[in-house]
Design a protein around this ligand. Structure first.
Ligand SMILES: Cc1cc2nc3c(=O)[nH]c(=O)nc-3n(C[C@H](O)[C@H](O)[C@H](O)COP(=O)(O)O)c2cc1C
Length: 157
C-alpha cells in the first residue's frame, strides 16, 4: 500500500512520531512518503493569515495520514490552511495524528482530531479514525508505541 503522511511540526515532536510511523510501515512492506507542510515565510503560531509554500496533493496515495500538533486547543493555523487549499478529497481515505503537551486528550487533542475529521469529510474524504499522543514525560514512549500500533492498524486493515 502507498501511504502519504502529511505533517506539520513546529518543534519536531510530531515529526519524530511520523518518522517512526514511516519506518514501521516500511518494515511491514508498505511505501510511506513523508510530506512536510512548510509555512511561507516566518510562521507565527495563531496567525490566521498563515500560508503554505506549496499544495501537497494527498490524492495519489491509497491512504493518507494528516499529522499536526495541537495549538491553543485546536488545529494550528497552518494545518487549517492546508485543508482550506484542498477542495476535492473524493476517494481519499484519511487518518489523523495529533501531539499535544498536556496530559489529557480532552485538553486539545480530541477537539483537534475532530477538526481534522470534519475538514476531511467536508471535502469528500473518508475519515478512518485517529490517534493522539500527550508529550508529557511520564511513560511517553509507551504512549507513542500505542499510537503507532493504532495508526498502523487503521492504515493497513
Ligand atoms: C502556540 C502553541 C500552542 C499550544 N497549545 C497547546 C494546547 O492547547 N494544548 C496542549 O496540550 N499543548 C499545546 N501546545 C504544545 C504542543 O501541542 C506540543 O508541544 C506538541 O507536541 C508540539 O508538536 P511539534 O513539536 O510537532 O510542533 C502548544 C504549543 C504551541 C507552540
Amino acid at each position: 500500500m502507498q501511504i502519504g503522511i502529511v505533517v506539520f511540526s513546529h518543534t519536531g515532536n510530531t515529526r519524530s512520531v511520523v518518522d517512526a510511523l514511516a519506518t514501521r510501515l516500511e518494515e511491514e512492506g508498505h511505501e510511506a512518503s513523508v510530506l512536510a507542510l512548510r509555512p511561507r515565510g516566518a510562521y507565527r503560531p495563531g496567525d490566521s493569515s498563515a500560508e503554505l509554500d506549496e499544495v501537497i496533493d494527498p490524492r495519489p496515495f491509497d491512504r493518507v495520514v494528516f499529522a499536526t500538533p495541537v495549538h491553543a486547543f485546536s488545529l494550528p493555523a497552518i494545518s487549517a490552511a492546508y485543508f482550506a487549499q484542498l477542495d476535492d478529497l473524493e476517494g481519499v481515505e484519511m487518518v489523523g495524528l495529533v501531539t499535544q503537551a498536556l496530559p489529557f486528550a480532552s485538553l486539545g487533542a480530541t477537539r483537534t482530531l475532530g477538526q481534522i475529521a470534519q475538514r476531511a469529510r467536508e471535502r469528500g474524504a473518508r475519515y478512518l479514525g485517529g490517534a493522539s499522543i500527550s508529550w508529557s514525560k511520564r511513560r511517553r514512549a509507551d504512549r507513542i508505541e500505542a499510537a503507532l500500533d493504532r495508526l498502523v492498524g487503521l492504515l493497513t486493515r
